[in-house]
Design a protein around this ligand. Structure first.
Ligand code: URA
Length: 275
């Protein structure tokens, strides 16, 4: 479990030495005025956030932080980019632990929708690793009708890759999420759920089915939905750690390397933190 002076240092961007001194000098209190004088006090991440006062300033202390963002079209899923605005830039610097946030998967420049962010590296690994097979649902606007396959497992992309398609169906305009941008005159729409995450996967699935994607919006990631009242560019906090607490990897397929063994050790440490 992390020490309170380390947590304060991390949240306020202080050196550990300076943070430890603040406790020893009785300059840190709980919101009700109770002094926190022991810099070695251990706090389970699941007990946070705590509100503390350092001198006259109030701060919320986190061990981890997660954000749900509605990524707009025209923004890259990157921490930095020389040409386009970034999804990270839209979050601003007021978000707790902002420097540690990493995107859970990517959305293309011309795609919109649900983009999750987390500071928790072990959770990020679980949410993106193919063995955890988290389903992601996309709505698409199409330039032409597509050929609905009888067998979803038989769809093959241009490079021979077989995506893990869980559901695929045409949908009506009335069922579209408001986050999907629909070009004028477009009359064909579909929803697809996949648990793989290869480059341009949804666009390549519809190309393999004889159509072409002209609008793409991720509407769900695991059990997390893109809220209809979250405007493009906006974000809100959510507890991804709790929402994905019960996920487990599938066993390795024959011939697949069991690369999760080491990660499982790291996850155990993470869970110990919760006390
Ligand atoms: N598939 C795509 O083709 N693009 C995305 O942004 C996400 C999934």
């Amino acid at each position: 479990m992390p020490r309170i002076d380390r947590i304060l240092a991390h949240n306020l961007g202080l050196s550990r030495r300076v943070a430890t001194r603040l406790f020893r000098d009785r300059r840190v209190t709980l919101a009700d005025g109770t002094p926190l004088t022991d810099p070695t006090l251990k706090v389970a991440p699941s007990q946070l956030p705590w509100t503390v006062r350092v001198d006259d300033d109030e701060h919320s202390l986190y061990a981890r932080y997660h954000v749900l963002q509605h990524k707009p079209v025209g923004v890259v899923t990157a921490l930095r980019d020389g040409r386009h605005p970034t999804a990270r830039g839209l979050l601003g610097d007021e978000v707790p632990l902002a420097d540690d946030l990493r995107a859970v998967g990517r959305l293309d420049l011309d795609a919109s929708g649900l983009l999750l962010w987390t500071t928790d590296g072990a959770l990020l690994h679980r949410l993106t690793h193919p063995r955890y097979a988290i389903p992601r649902t996309y709505q698409v606007a199409l330039a032409a009708p597509f050929a609905l396959p009888d067998d979803l497992g038989a769809v093959v992309l241009d490079d021979g890759y077989r995506p893990a398609i869980h559901a695929l169906a045409p949908i009506e305009r009335a069922a579209l999420h408001p986050g999907l941008g629909v070009p004028d005159g477009c009359e064909h729409f579909a929803e697809v759920t996949i648990s793989t995450g290869v480059f341009h996967e949804v666009k390549r699935i519809f190309a393999a089915l004889g159509s072409s994607v002209v609008g793409l919006c991720r509407v769900r990631y695991g059990g997390v939905e893109l809220p209809v009242d979250l405007a493009p560019g906006e974000h809100r906090a959510l507890d991804l750690h709790a929402l994905f607490a019960g996920i487990h990897p599938r066993p390795p397929a024959p011939g697949e390397s069991d690369d999760l063994a080491a990660a499982a050790g790291a996850d155990d440490d993470d869970d110990d933190d919760d006390g």
